[in-house]
Design a protein around this ligand. Structure first.
Ligand SMILES: Nc1ncnc2c1ncn2[C@@H]1O[C@H](COP(=O)(O)OP(=O)(O)OP(=O)(O)O)[C@@H](O)[C@H]1O
Ligand SMILES: [Mg+2]
Length: 350
């Protein structure tokens, strides 16, 4: 499957399963969300179902899984698409500034407030606001956000006038908010007010079948952006990238591809080009169910990947004692050793 995706001179865009945004092409600023795994298809289905209502969405997922992209996609599919989409990272702004960033302030509200300023809620009026990293917000501010959610109104810092807004709220966090509620770090009332439509973005290691498509996409993107001409990645390198855990998820993969493309410049990316953390972790264990996408599947590559994964699993189960691993696979030792060599398998941290 990955060969079909990666060994083309020009990766074919039709290999990428996208949310059908074609009808909304005029809504600019939208970036393609690449993914054809079952988990991503479920995300796309949900995005389509919920985009056109005003319900609050709670996006959850590890860093770099695409929460920002999905929030923007929801906005662009909604009836608010021609209105503002405002995003604020509640975890990145110091607490004393966040209130004024969210709600605005009047002139003289605090030292340095030389003029009045609109906050993000006002700027997002009739549109959508993304409250990113909401799990990092202080409990004082949580109360104020709850009020906007419940009544659609708030006061600017230092202001007496109540301001009413019509804003669709999308909240995002990498934290487990229910756990934060249990720990007393997040208000239960706000949690339930946000938890209307939860949308969980899978980590990259939970949808490894998307990795070849993402590599292909980012390779093409980095070539274009940096005037480079890398059009191939060797099977060995691809296997290693599919085996890596990607703690930074798609963002890490995107940055890695940019680095590889820029540094290599032309030709193909091979295992030697990969950083040691990727070379030394080979733990690819695909699920036993392989999906055939609309574009089809390269049976030979899929079978090779499957074989590789089973061999790895058996080796890890037996702590790389090859006799034992061979027994688990009903192979003789020599055949196993030959296959290990052919697939360039090595223990973690070797
Ligand atoms: N499915 C995807 N297809 C293409 N690009 C993606 C995909 N998912 C994420 N990206 C890219 O990865 C980067 C991180 O995505 P994004 O900012 O949406 O993640 P996030 O979940 O909001 O991360 P964080 O929690 O750190 O804010 C962006 O550059 C985005 O373009
Ligand atoms: Mg984000």
């Amino acid at each position: 499957m990955q060969n079909a995706a990666l060994h083309k001179t020009k990766p074919d865009a039709s290999n990428h399963c996208k949310i059908p945004f074609e009808e909304n092409k005029e809504a600019s600023g939208f970036h393609d969300i690449i993914g054809q795994s079952r988990k991503m298809r479920e995300v796309f289905d949900l995005v389509q179902k919920v985009a056109d209502c005003d319900s609050t969405i709670l996006l959850n997922g590890e860093t770099g899984t695409g929460k920002g992209m999905v929030a923007r996609a929801i906005h662009q599919r909604s009836k608010r698409r021609n209105k503002p989409f405002i995003s604020i990272n509640c975890g990145a702004i110091p607490e004393n500034l966040l209130e004024s960033e969210l709600f605005g302030h009047v002139r003289g509200a605090f030292t340095g407030a030389t003029s009045s300023k609109q906050g993000k809620f006002e700027l997002a009026d009739s549109g959508t606001i993304l409250l990113d990293e909401i799990g990092d917000m202080s409990s004082d501010l949580q109360v104020k956000v709850l009020k906007v959610l419940e009544e659609g109104e708030f006061e600017q810092v230092g202001g007496a006038k109540t301001i009413k807004v019509d804003v669709r709220i999308i909240a995002a966090t990498h934290r487990d908010l229910s756990e934060e509620v249990q720990k007393g770090n997040f208000r239960e009332d706000l949690y339930y007010r946000l938890y209307v439509i939860p949308l969980m973005l899978p980590s990259l290691r939970d949808r490894r079948s998307d990795i070849p498509f993402l590599i292909s996409h980012f390779m093409e993107q980095s070539n274009r952006k940096n005037d480079r001409s890398i059009h191939k990645i060797t099977e060995e390198a691809l296997g290693m990238m599919m085996g890596y855990a990607w703690p930074g998820n798609v963002r890490e993969l995107k940055n890695m591809m940019e680095r590889l493309v820029v540094l290599k410049g032309s030709g193909e990316i091979s295992a030697q080009d990969l950083p040691s953390e990727i070379k030394s972790t080979h733990k690819y264990e695909p699920s036993t169910t392989i999906e055939i996408s609309d574009e089809g599947i390269c049976l030979n590559s899929a079978v090779t990947e499957f074989e590789k994964a089973l061999i790895l699993q058996s080796l890890e189960k037996t702590k790389w004692v090859k006799n034992k691993a061979a027994k688990l696979l009903h192979l003789n030792r020599t055949t196993l050793v030959e296959k290990i060599k052919r697939h360039h398998l090595q223990p973690c941290n070797a």
